[in-house]
Design a protein around this ligand. Structure first.
Ligand code: FAD
Ligand code: NAD
Length: 475
C-alpha cells in the first residue's frame, strides 16, 4: 500500500473523527485523519470544536469562575471571609489555554502511538473514495481509501442582523477569550452555550442579559427541571428575558445597541459585548465534490442510516455533521461504532440513552424521555422525585438545590427518563444511563445499595419514590 493509500481516511479530528481514527487503527486498519483546525499558536490543533473552543475551554472557565464566585457567595456561610479577592484575567484565560494545549497535543501523541497519520489541511471527498487535501499553503495531494468517514462537525449559526465581528459581536470562541470582563454582556439564545458562558461572565462580575426568542425556558429539558433552573439562574442575577425577539444589533462607540420586542412591545438594550448563541449548523462547506452521491438533508446535515452509512459505498458520516444531538460523546460513540462496522465487528450506538449535561450552577442532566414526550406519545408512566434539600451530603456542601425526577413505565417499571438539576448531577446521570442501557427498572435502582452520605442517594430515593416508598420524604 502506498503512503497515499489507506484503509480508512477520516475527515475531521473532533471528538467524533479522532476517536474513529484511533479505534480504526486499534483494529489494524491503516488510518489517516485530515483536519484543518488552527490553534491560537498558529499551528495545527487536533480535537475540533470540543477541545479547542467548546467543551474543554468552557469547562475550564466555568470552574475558575466558580471558584471566584464561591469566595463571595459560599465562603461566608462556612464562616470564611476573604477581603479584596481579585482575578487576574491573563491567568484566568491562560490556564484555559494551557489545558486546551495539553489536550489537543495529547491527541497528536495518541495518533502517533496508534500509528494514525495526521494531515493538516482541508479535506474534500472526491468520487471513488478519494480525498483531496489542500494544505494551508495551497498545495494539493490526493489520498485514497477503502472507507472514508466524514466528521466535519458544526459551526455557530450567524444571525443576518448581528454578524460576528470577533470584537463586539462574538461566537463561542470569542466569548472564551475576552481580554477584560465586559461590564454589560448581552447573550442572544438561552440555550446551552448562552447559559454556560453567560454564567462564566456573570460570576466574573458582568451584568448579563440573555434574550431568548421562545416563550419557554430550556424547551428540550423536562419542564420541572427548567422551572427550578430558571429560578436559580435568576437568583444568581442572570437577567433571562423570554419571548424576546431581537431585530437589530448596531455596533456603536458606546456598545452594541440591541432592539428586541417582547410581550410589552419594542425594547432597547445597550451592551459592551454581544454573544450570539442561537444554535449550530452542520458544517460541510467545501467537503463534498459535486458527484460523490452523498446527500444533505433540509438542515444541511449529511444523510446517514442507523449505521451512519451515507448510502455511498465505503462512505460514512458521524458527529455534529449528522442527525442526533450535537454532543461530543455522541459523536465519539458513533466513531467507535463505525470503525467497528468497517472492521466487520458488531458496533453499537443507542441514541435513546445519550445523556445531556449543562454545566451551570446548579448543573442540569438528563437522559431519555421527558414527561411531556411520554404524554404526547401516550406512554403510561409513574413518577418518582427526590429533593437535594433532604440529602445530607448536599446540605453539608451548602448546595441543597434541585431534585432528581425519575420516569418509569406504569406497567413494566422500565426507566424511561431521568431528569436532574442540582449538585454533581453531571456525574449522577451516568448511573441512570447504565440502568437504562441495561433496560433496568426503577426497582432495580431502588434495591441497589448507595453509599451514605452521598449525592447518589438522591437517585436511590427517587427510584424508591416511583413506588411511593422513599424513606426520607413523605410519599
Ligand atoms: P467538531 O468538534 O466540530 O470537529 C470537526 C473538525 O473537523 C474541526 O476540527 C474542523 O476544523 C474539521 N473540519 C471540518 N471540515 C473539514 C474539512 N473539509 N477538512 C478538514 N478538516 C475539516 N458537547 C458536549 O458533549 N459536552 C460539552 O460540555 C460541550 N460543550 C460545548 C461548549 C461549546 C462552547 C461548544 C461550541 C460546543 C460544546 N459541545 C459540548 C458540543 C461539542 O463541541 C460538539 O458536539 C463536538 O465537538 C462535535 O464533534 P465533531 O467531531 O462532530 O465535530
Ligand atoms: P442551543 O440550541 O442549545 O440553544 C439556542 C437557543 O437560542 C435556543 O433556546 C433557541 O430557542 C434560541 N434562539 C434561536 N434563535 C434565536 C433568536 N433569533 N433570538 C433569540 N433566541 C434564539 O444552541 P447553542 O447554545 O448555540 O449550542 C449549540 C449546541 O452546542 C447545543 O445544542 C449543544 O448541542 C452543543 N453544546 C453542548 C454543551 C454541553 O453539552 N454542555 C455545551 C455547549 C454547547
Amino acid at each position: 500500500m502506498s503512503d497515499q493509500q489507506f484503509d480508512v481516511i477520516v475527515i475531521g479530528a473532533g471528538p467524533a473523527g479522532y476517536v474513529a481514527a484511533i479505534r480504526a487503527a486499534q483494529l489494524g486498519l491503516k488510518t489517516a485523519c485530515v483536519d484543518d483546525f488552527t490553534g491560537k499558536d498558529g499551528k495545527q490543533a487536533l480535537g475540533g470544536t470540543c477541545l479547542n473552543v467548546g467543551c474543554i475551554p468552557s469547562k475550564a472557565l466555568l470552574d475558575s469562575s466558580r471558584q471566584f464566585w464561591n469566595i463571595s457567595h459560599n465562603f461566608p456561610v462556612h464562616g470564611i471571609s476573604v477581603e479584596g479577592a481579585k482575578v487576574d484575567l491573563g491567568t484566568f484565560i491562560g490556564r484555559k489555554d494551557k489545558i486546551v494545549k495539553q489536550f489537543t497535543g495529547g491527541i497528536g501523541q495518541l495518533f502517533k502511538a496508534n500509528k494514525v497519520t495526521a494531515f493538516y489541511g482541508k479535506g474534500k471527498l472526491l468520487k471513488g473514495n478519494q480525498v483531496e487535501v489542500t494544505g494551508k499553503d495551497g498545495s494539493k495531494q490526493t489520498l485514497s481509501a477503502t472507507n472514508v468517514i466524514l466528521a466535519s462537525g458544526s459551526v455557530p449559526i450567524e444571525l443576518p442582523f448581528a454578524k460576528f465581528d470577533g470584537k463586539a459581536i462574538v461566537d463561542n470562541a470569542g466569548a472564551l477569550d475576552f481580554t477584560e470582563v465586559p461590564k454589560r454582556l448581552g447573550v442572544i439564545g438561552a440555550g446551552v452555550i448562552g447559559l454556560e458562558l453567560g454564567s462564566v461572565w456573570k460570576r466574573m462580575g458582568a451584568d448579563v442579559t440573555v434574550l431568548e426568542a421562545l416563550p419557554d425556558f430550556l424547551g428540550a429539558a423536562d419542564a420541572d427541571v427548567a422551572k427550578i433552573a430558571l429560578k436559580e439562574f435568576t437568583k444568581q442575577g442572570l437577567a433571562i428575558k423570554l419571548g424576546a425577539k431581537v431585530s437589530k444589533a448596531e455596533v456603536k462607540k458606546d456598545g452594541v445597541h440591541l432592539t428586541y420586542s417582547d410581550k410589552d412591545g419594542e425594547q432597547q438594550l445597550v451592551v459592551d459585548k454581544l454573544l450570539v448563541a442561537v444554535g449550530r449548523r452542520a458544517y460541510t462547506d467545501g467537503l463534498l465534490a459535486a458527484d460523490t452521491g452523498v446527500k444533505l438533508d433540509e438542515r444541511g446535515r449529511i444523510v446517514v442510516d442507523e449505521h451512519n452509512h451515507t448510502g455511498v459505498d465505503g462512505v460514512w458520516a458521524i458527529g455534529d455533521a449528522v442527525r442526533g444531538p450535537m454532543l461530543a460523546h455522541k459523536g465519539s460513540e458513533e466513531g467507535v461504532a463505525v470503525a467497528e462496522w468497517i472492521a466487520g465487528k458488531a458496533g453499537h450506538i443507542n441514541l435513546d440513552t445519550v445523556p445531556w449535561v449543562i454545566y451551570t450552577e446548579p448543573e442540569i442532566a438528563w437522559a431519555g424521555k421527558t414527561e411531556k414526550q411520554l404524554k404526547d406519545e401516550g406512554v403510561p408512566y409513574k413518577i418518582g422525585t427526590f429533593p437535594f434539600a433532604a440529602i445530607g451530603r448536599a446540605v453539608a456542601m451548602n448546595e441543597a438545590i434541585g431534585q432528581v425526577k425519575m420516569l418509569a413505565h406504569a406497567e413494566t417499571d422500565r426507566i424511561l427518563g431521568v431528569h436532574m438539576v442540582g449538585p454533581g448531577v453531571s456525574e449522577l446521570i451516568a448511573e441512570c444511563v447504565v440502568a437504562m442501557e441495561f433496560k433496568g427498572s426503577s426497582e432495580d435502582l431502588a434495591r441497589i445499595v448507595h453509599a451514605h452520605p452521598t449525592l447518589s442517594e438522591a437517585v436511590h430515593e427517587a427510584a424508591l419514590s416511583v413506588d411511593k416508598r422513599a424513606i426520607h420524604k413523605g410519599n
